[in-house]
Write a new protein. Structure first.
Length: 472
């Protein structure tokens, strides 16, 4: 991290201007009223229903691509700070296993205690744009995600790629108040619709930990992707290496979880396409991968796959109807020295499971959507049926690692001898009011199945929020 900081400092202090070097300043304020209800714990005495205030101020400056250090290409520099603030968090919204955190408010409270806010460097990097055969180079603290390297020209297909494909391996986790950055580098080489990408990084403390400026040096990730797109298609092949050597006791379905390093290699890809025949428009996507490696002293062998299709017709009054299925493997035998549960890595559950009572592990997800969107507004309805893949494995919640010590992040709960986690329905409305202001409204409800009854007395969970974002 210090070496990368030195590169940034060099770009800021040694560079000599070759064009206009006037800095550009930017910022945004996000204000959200966030309400949670979680499956009622046995025994009572908890704050399972609560509302809190989620606030995030981001501000920074950028020097344009008008600087040069002797022997280097022109480059830009960017520095951005983040100031999250949480008000009104619940006091008793987490408990001992298997209760765990009762929604995100409980996680914020258990990780940060009485701390309500912080200020830290969110991004600080140097970027050299691509020139001819020389790739684009970004080095420093960066917000990155996978899956958006080559975006199709079709607006609907680009929307689905952003919502249903991107961020399944690593993500800036934008829904949480802290989010996530990566300390590392990214190289990109574009030739027409073909993009080659190589990235390597340490993630920062993130998501729920308000001290978001620290690098998790014992957790590292390398990523390579070969991506192509046209107006009506996109596809990608990727290889990803993930190492977690924090020494934190892992969460799995064994009675003696490992503290040894987790080393995974994920190989996979995605493909999307769309076609229009008269008044009928159809589209489809496929995403999948396999994971091989070591889960401590055990062999890791897991896989995941998603298929989804959509249809539009003039008779649907502007609605886009979609349906799909996701499969994330579980472990059918906790005693065979083999770990077969798909590991979510550095991807948050909330993008894919909008009321996040599940995550991408030991899960079968059947779902349907209805979307209506234009340049300013998007209405989206979803319905999901969640079932465990393997009965011998756990019901997993939570997401990716967000701190160096203490919390593995993934949470495993007993299933009570049932695969049925439950059903979820939700609706969202997003509107762009003007060039500066956007509003988002969301409401989601989950009815828990028999697997939920193994840990909770209640069967109902919900998430609702109203959010305003202003750019300045």
């Amino acid at each position: 991290m210090y070496g990368l900081a030195s590169i940034i400092a060099l770009g800021l202090t040694v560079a000599s201007p070759v064009e206009n070097t006037k800095p550009v300043f930017f910022g945004s304020l996000r204000v959200r009223s966030e309400s949670w209800g979680w499956f009622n714990p046995v025994g009572g005495g908890y704050d399972e229903n609560y509302t809190f205030s989620h606030n995030l101020l981001r501000f920074g400056g950028k020097l344009p691509v008008a600087h040069r250090v002797s022997g280097l290409r022109p480059f830009e520099t960017l520095v951005e700070a983040s100031a999250p603030l949480l008000l009104g968090l619940p006091h008793y919204a987490s408990g001992p296993a298997p209760i765990g955190a009762l929604g995100m408010g409980g996680t914020y409270r258990s990780i940060n205690g009485s701390q309500q806010g912080s200020l830290f460097v969110k991004q600080a990097y140097v970027r050299m744009p691509q020139t001819g055969k020389n790739p684009e180079i970004i080095a420093g603290r960066i917000e990155m995600m996978d899956g958006n390297e080559a975006v199709p020209g079709d607006a609907d297909l680009a929307y689905i790629q952003a919502q249903r494909i991107a961020q399944r391996l690593f993500s800036p986790d934008a829904f949480t108040v802290v989010g996530r950055s990566m300390d590392g580098f990214k190289l990109s080489q574009s030739s027409g619709n073909h993009v080659l990408t190589l990235a390597g990084f340490y993630p920062t403390t993130a998501a729920f930990n308000l001290d978001g400026g620290d690098s998790i040096s014992k957790l590292r990730q390398m990523y390579f992707a070969d991506s192509r797109s046209t107006k009506n298609t996109s596809n990608r092949f990727f290889i990803d290496s993930y190492v977690d050597a924090r020494g934190i006791k892992s969460v799995d379905n064994t009675t003696t979880s490992t503290t040894d390093a987790i080393k995974l290699t994920t190989v996979g890809g995605h493909a999307t396409t769309t076609s229009t025949q008269g008044k009928l428009r159809t589209d489809a996507l496929v995403w999948g991968g396999t994971q091989q490696g070591q889960w401590g002293l055990s062999r890791h062998d897991a896989y995941a796959a998603v298929v989804e299709a959509g249809i539009k017709h003039s008779a649907f009054a502007g609605w886009w109807l979609r349906a799909g299925a996701g499969h994330f493997s579980g472990d059918g035998n906790p005693d065979d020295n083999k770990h077969q549960s798909w590991m979510p890595q550095i991807s948050p559950p909330r993008l894919l499971f909008r009321t996040p009572v599940v995550t991408m592990s030991n899960l079968n997800d059947l779902y349907a959507m209805a979307i209506k969107r234009n340049k300013k507004e998007t209405i989206r309805l979803e319905a999901h049926s969640y079932r465990l893949d393997k009965l011998a494995d756990r019901w997993y919640t939570g997401g990716s690692a967000f701190q160096s010590t203490g919390n593995f992040a993934l949470t495993g709960k007993p299933n009570g001898g049932s695969r049925n986690i439950g059903t979820a329905i939700d609706i969202s409305y997003d509107v762009t009011l003007n060039a500066r202001d956007t509003v988002a409204v969301y409401a989601g409800y989950v009815h828990g199945g028999d697997a939920v009854a193994a840990s909770y007395a209640g069967r109902s969970a919900f998430l609702g929020f109203v959010q305003l974002v202003r750019k300045f």
